[in-house]
Design a protein around this ligand. Structure first.
Ligand code: HEC
Ligand code: HEC
Length: 275
């Protein structure tokens, strides 16, 4: 009974200590929550795999519209029946809607004049028109289809995608996808403007000096992995912040959390030591 504090004076230090300790715990908890919340939000904010809704159309109306567009913009070089025109443009029979999508969506077609290599530029047609022309070309000659569905697979395929990219693509497009020169004034372009569908249709159709990567060369899962890798590499290449292991926003949040809480802990200790 004697150890029971009889005066407020004797009780104060312990209460103050307890208050300070519980304050620190509360602060740590709050910081922990903020850190975890930040990491979660940041992870959720990274774009999910693009799910292409550009299902190729077999609707006769769309095909007819595509034919009209083709006759206005493409016929002089590719011919009335897609058979091609000598010294102007190759036959499009059997190139497939995937080739049309690649060429038109990246602005390469229609081309104004012959150069060593047709440049990527601002697309002349909008997405709907592009798909109409694609549907028309497909209806005449068949060929590689525009892929639909999940074009990136799951997040577990990143390492495999990197491996496959270095094996199959890096020799021309550079390890970081920045592109590179080829012989005779030609070049493999950088990947920075390519969307998921451009990457897929490039692989499926092999424009110019690029080889075709059909299902025998790269399975669907492997194409998903490569696409996921290229796009993830890009998304991480530009946003501010340090490239912590190039592993995405979660380690960033972790580092911010660890450094931040470390600093605050030091401050708490310092304040505690002072009083
Ligand atoms: C001024 C002539 C010209 C016009 C107009 C033109 N093209 Fe082309 N097109 C070419 C040439 C030349 C090539 C070959 C380019 C190359 O691979 O270097 C080509 C290639 C293509 C290819 C790739 C063929 C393959 O084997 O993969 C597609 C698809 C294509 N054009 C579609 C179109 C469409 C669709 C239009 C109309 C919107 C169009 N082009 C307008 C000249 C033209
Ligand atoms: C032999 C060299 C070579 C290899 C290997 C190669 N490419 Fe290409 N790639 C090219 C060339 C050349 C072009 C430009 C074609 C054109 O302009 O018509 C191109 C264009 C592209 C484009 C279009 C970029 C844009 O936005 O304009 C993408 C995407 C692409 N390649 C992806 C790949 C992927 C993925 C691989 C590996 C699976 C690969 N390439 C392998 C040479 C290559």
């Amino acid at each position: 009974m004697t150890d029971r504090p009889s005066t407020t004076k004797g009780r104060r230090p312990r209460t103050r200590l307890r208050r300070r300790v519980s304050g620190a715990i509360a602060l740590a908890l709050a910081l922990g929550t903020v850190g975890v919340a930040y990491a979660t939000v940041a992870a959720a904010a990274t774009p999910k795999a693009q799910v292409a809704s550009n299902a190729p159309s077999e609707d006769p109306v769309e095909i007819r519209k595509g034919r009209q567009l083709f006759e206005q913009g493409c016929i002089t070089c590719h011919g009335r029946n897609l058979q091609g025109v000598q010294d102007r443009g190759p036959s499009l029979i059997g190139v497939g809607e995937a080739a049309v999508y690649f060429q038109v969506a990246t602005g390469r077609m229609p081309v104004a004049r012959q150069e060593a290599q047709v440049e990527r530029k601002e697309p002349y047609y909008d997405e709907a028109e592009t798909l109409q022309i694609a549907a028309y070309v497909q209806s005449v000659g068949g060929g590689a289809e525009i892929p639909t569905g999940n074009l990136r697979g799951s997040d577990e395929n990143l390492a495999e995608g990197g491996e496959l990219f270095r094996l199959n693509c890096a020799s021309c497009h550079n390890f970081a996808g920045r592109g590179g020169a080829l012989s005779a004034g030609k070049y493999a372009p950088p990947m920075d403007q390519a969307n998921d569908l451009t990457i897929w249709t490039a692989m499926l159709t092999g424009p110019q000096n690029m080889p075709v990567f059909g299902d025998n060369q790269l399975t669907e899962e492997q194409k998903q992995a490569i696409t996921n890798y290229v796009q993830t590499l890009k998304e991480q290449g530009d946003p501010g912040g340090a490239p912590i292991g190039r592993m995405g926003p979660v380690p960033e949040g972790l580092v911010a959390w660890v450094v931040g809480i470390g600093a605050i802990m030091l401050m708490i200790l310092w304040i505690g030591a002072k009083s």
